[in-house]
Design a protein around this ligand. Structure first.
Ligand code: NAD
Ligand code: ZN
Length: 250
């Protein structure tokens, strides 16, 4: 670790201890070390291979539901099987110790909750449930997955035969209640720690503007780097391993 990296960890710990209302904003990059590819990393990001707007939008679902599920369900199933990594685990510990107030995540993989975080705003939804697009009835996500695996594509509501869709925010969907609650939570935020987000997906990419101070942990530069007090351009796993040591969280 270079001296400057060492300093960033030390200064992060100081800032976190001093701040009164710290929130964390996470993106797909926090889960790459759990084996889930992000969208925009060079070489491995899904956007290098597909256009997610073509594949994971509301219009894609409405236009060709069969194709929508053939593309998305194998991906989502792999998210469900993934395990939290050190970054998710340290964030859960930091909440328990009162060092952070909660986590706002763009991820749908549920790994913060699996790691034990209690206050989590999943602004793009999650894969625990799904619902019928006709009657609104809610089902566990397993209902959708099991039907698909039996060859019932698209999966349908047992009550009215309407199409089932997951409780995730697709491109072209309106934002859900977690997003508005996260905006409330950001009031008076004196420190926002951004982890593994390219900060290019709106409206979440505006969130750093609500915080007094910013720490950014991301392998590649982001549009908010210039405004940040501290920027760590490396792996989230490495940062949180070292931060946990500095904060005596082990
Ligand atoms: P993004 O793909 O646009 O950006 C991820 C960023 O993380 C990149 O800039 C990359 O350099 C960085 N990164 C990758 N691995 C890292 C690591 N180990 N440590 C530090 N940085 C790392 O992701 P985004 O900003 O979250 O936006 C993409 C959208 O895709 C989100 O809306 C999200 O809902 C969705 N998505 C979610 C998942 C998931 O649930 N895990 C996976 C893929 C995409
Ligand atoms: Zn129904």
């Amino acid at each position: 670790m270079s001296t400057s990296e060492k300093d960033i960890i030390k200064e992060s710990a100081e800032l976190i201890k001093k701040s009164r209302h710290t929130l964390v904003l996470t993106g797909a990059g926090i889960s790459t070390e759990s084996g889930i590819p992000d969208y925009r990393s060079k070489g491995t990001g899904l956007w290098e291979k597909y256009d997610p707007i073509q594949k994971a939008s509301l219009s894609a679902l409405m236009r060709n539901p069969k194709e929508f599920y053939e593309f998305n369900l194998p991906l989502w199933s792999s998210y469900i099987d993934a395990k939290p990594n050190i970054a998710h685990k340290v964030l859960a510990l930091m909440e328990e110790q009162g060092l952070i107030y909660g986590v706002i995540t763009q991820n749908i993989d549920g790994l913060h909750i699996k790691a034990g975080s209690k206050k989590v705003w999943e602004v793009h939804g999650h894969l625990r449930t799904c619902h019928c697009m006709e009657c609104g009835r809610s089902y566990p996500f397993a209902e959708l997955k099991e039907q698909y695996e039996k060859g019932l594509n698209p999966p349908r509501c047992r009550k009215c035969s309407g199409m089932l869709r997951p409780d995730v925010v697709l491109f072209e969907d309106p934002m859900g209640k977690d997003y508005y609650q996260a905006l409330e939570a950001l009031r008076g935020c004196d420190l926002l720690i951004v982890v593994g987000s390219s900060l290019q997906v709106y409206p979440v990419a505006d969130m750093p503007g609500y915080a007094e101070k910013l720490i950014i942990i991301n392998r590649e530069p982001t549009p908010w780097d210039k405004k940040a007090t501290l920027v760590f351009h490396s792996s989230a796993g490495e940062y949180f391993t070292k931060l946990a040591r500095e904060l005596n969280l082990e």
